[in-house]
Design a protein around this ligand. Structure first.
Ligand SMILES: [Zn+2]
Ligand SMILES: [Zn+2]
Ligand SMILES: [Zn+2]
Ligand SMILES: [Zn+2]
Ligand SMILES: [Zn+2]
Ligand SMILES: [Zn+2]
Length: 234
């Protein structure tokens, strides 16, 4: 069975990665495992969850606009700086062109709460600079106040880099954030009342999402469509 993904000109086939095989995912730039979509002619590979990532998402930290999945950076530098983790990306991103928000696909779907074996309490995803200037409790390096962190809601000043908190989490199916809930990112931080996304709610296979776009978003979207071949799975 063949698939078409909007980011690639050829049809993709489903393939099971063999142990020891090193195939890099074009969506998240990490090595593939398990089931992938592949174009062997181009050595183009996508994790199943990267290939099925929805074209739009709402993120509680950017409630005013939908984020649009872009198959490559739209900047002349050919890379983007991820607002969440602060590292560069060159592959897929979720972006708001109006606000210059860019997120790695992995970072866009970071869980709102995690448990970490280094700490007894749940850690909450935080986009404010409450622990800025302090050191990450896992790697001991500086927590950059401009980027996201996980913070303990119980202990004062317990912050961890997003990548340090989630290094042992393997990304599963990317789940849409609950669009129905009114999600207001607080300026005060650490008052996150978000529920974690429900487990294993799979997106429909056709990759289509029902969204309502504002006028500005529709314009931004048309810009993007002009740059990409906007076919979804067939
Ligand atoms: Zn991937
Ligand atoms: Zn190809
Ligand atoms: Zn990132
Ligand atoms: Zn925006
Ligand atoms: Zn760290
Ligand atoms: Zn704690």
């Amino acid at each position: 069975m063949e698939y078409k993904h909007f980011s690639h000109e050829h049809n993709l086939s489903v393939y099971q990665v063999q142990p020891g095989q090193q195939l890099r995912c074009y969506g998240c730039d990490k090595f593939c495992d398990k089931t992938i979509y592949a174009c062997w002619q181009c050595n183009f590979f996508l994790h199943e969850h990267c290939g099925n990532a929805t074209r739009f998402m709402r993120h509680p930290f950017h409630p005013s606009h939908h984020l649009i999945l872009s198959p490559y950076p739209t900047y002349p530098s050919n890379c983007f700086l991820c607002n969440a983790c602060g590292t560069n990306g060159t592959k897929f991103s979720y972006c708001c062109a109006l606000c210059e928000v860019d997120l790695h696909v992995n970072c866009a779907f970071l869980p709102l709460k995690v448990s970490h074996k280094a700490h007894p309490h749940e850690l909450l995803l935080n986009n404010t600079n409450r622990t800025g200037g302090q050191n990450c409790k896992v790697c001991r390096k500086l927590l950059d106040s401009k980027h996201w962190s996980y913070e303990c809601g119980v202990c004062a000043n317990y912050g961890v880099h997003t990548l340090c908190a989630t290094s042992e989490i393997s990304m599963g199916i990317y789940q849409a954030m609950d669009d129905g809930a009114d999600t207001e990112a607080s300026d005060q931080g650490a008052t996150t009342t978000q529920q974690a996304p429900p487990p294993a709610r799979e997106e429909p296979d056709d990759g289509q999402v029902q969204v309502e776009l504002t006028v500005e978003e529709a314009i931004a979207l048309f810009h993007l469509m002009g740059l990409t071949n906007a076919a979804s799975y067939v």
